[in-house]
Design a protein around this ligand. Structure first.
Ligand SMILES: NC(=O)c1ccc[n+]([C@@H]2O[C@H](COP(=O)([O-])OP(=O)(O)OC[C@H]3O[C@@H](n4cnc5c(N)ncnc54)[C@H](O)[C@@H]3O)[C@@H](O)[C@H]2O)c1
Ligand SMILES: [Zn+2]
Ligand SMILES: [Zn+2]
Length: 345
């Protein structure tokens, strides 16, 4: 089968690979119909994610049709249409019983990381009963793919961890798909203001359409001043970091108000500076989280009832044969104006 393979920092290709087979009674094999690329895949290609070794088929998002089913699987049968969660969960180990599926002792974020992923014609899904979701009839394919990773990530790691509340002032640094998912789901809590910060004017325009009350282009290095001016020099209640570099984590520290929460979402490949010399007396909370996808069923029902609409995040469509172009388009978002690229398999 065709599969997109990471071959080491700076090297990757669409290759011919053996078709995956069932390895445990709790596995299913999914025939992929749609997959996509995440900012995290770009981090992997740069060599930022050492757990992902050369030879790995990438991808932890997508939807498909169940093809083969292990004897121990009870919730899914052949031909079911499914959302593949980016997090695999056994639902019985200690972290899973705490709802922390991201740290499942035999799962967590393994797809497209420590086991082969979804940017391929077929994928093996371990612990299928508790790692897949049924797709309700009549739902749009592209919208369903947004439930694999970006919506639960923006919501759990950004909005929930950041304690967004009615009337809050929220800043989101990074207007990529993850930042946009935080922007969409923050609005479930009726914050008074959402300030979106990025270096890409096109993404900031999109953010305005999706509900940002102000946007700041941080390319001139003066974003903190701009945010202070917008907040009567108070700073924000919640600062969500959705990029994954030291500069943006530091920017969150520059614009957080007393008593506020900095919620880090970004995958960091290097150290980030913490300015305790300025923050020690400011009652700040700093959070980190790997998405658990525990909110996926709730987000799916909001999408189904049209209270949440991530449709406009899907900007480009490619076939699996064109996945190299899809990566170039996603990585070159400044030129291509891409947000999520849909890859039809
Ligand atoms: N914690 C988790 O569980 C989890 C899950 C999924 C993704 N992530 C991470 O979330 C982050 C965002 O993902 P994405 O898919 O939206 O990525 P992306 O690369 O598409 O978006 C990042 C955005 O940051 C902007 N940016 C880059 N440098 C900047 C700077 N110095 N100042 C302001 N903006 C800047 C870019 O213009 C871009 O719009 C990535 O680090 C990704 O790995 C984390
Ligand atoms: Zn991801
Ligand atoms: Zn577990």
């Amino acid at each position: 089968m065709k599969a997109f393979v990471y071959a080491g920092p700076g090297s990757h290709d669409l290759q011919d690979r053996p078709v995956p087979t069932l390895q445990a009674s709790t596995d299913v094999i999914v025939q992929m119909t749609h997959t996509t690329i995440c900012g995290t895949d770009l981090h992997i290609l740069k060599g930022d994610v050492p757990s992902c070794q050369p030879g790995r088929i990438l991808g932890h998002e997508g939807i498909g049709v169940v093809d083969e089913v292990g004897d121990g699987v009870t919730n899914f049968k052949r031909d079911d249409r499914v959302i593949i969660s980016c997090i695999t969960a056994c639902a019985r180990c200690v972290p899973c019983r705490k709802g922390m599926y991201s740290h499942c002792t035999s799962g967590g974020w393994i797809l497209g990381n420590t086991i082969d992923g979804t940017q391929a014609e077929r994928v093996r899904i371990p612990w299928a009963d508790t790692s897949l979701h049924h797709i309700p009839a009549g739902m749009d394919d592209g919208v369903m793919v947004m439930l694999s990773d970006i919506l639960p990530t923006g919501f759990e790691c950004g909005v929930l961890k950041g304690q967004v509340q009615p009337g809050s002032i929220v800043a989101i640094v990074g207007a990529g798909p993850i930042g946009m998912a935080a922007l969409l789901t923050a609005q479930l809590y009726a914050p008074a203001e959402i300030i979106m910060i990025d270096v890409d004017d096109h993404r900031l325009e999109v953010a305005k359409r999706l509900g940002a009350t102000s946007v700041v282009n941080s390319a001139d290095g003066r974003a903190a001043e701009a945010v202070m001016a917008l907040t009567n020099e108070r700073g924000v209640d919640t600062a969500i970091e959705a990029v994954g570099v030291s500069a943006t984590f530091e920017l969150c520290q520059d614009l957080i108000g007393a008593g506020g929460t900095i919620a880090n979402i970004g995958v960091h490949g290097g150290p980030a500076s913490l300015h305790l010399e300025r923050l020690w007396d400011r009652n700040i909370t700093i959070t980190t989280r790997l998405v658990d996808t525990s909110s996926t069923p709730m987000l799916l029902s909001l999408v189904q009832s049209k209270k949440l609409d991530p449709q406009s995040l899907v900007t480009h469509r490619f076939s699996l044969d064109q996945i190299m172009d899809a990566y170039e388009t996603f990585a070159g978002a400044k030129r291509s104006h891409a947000l999520k690229v849909m890859i039809e398999v």
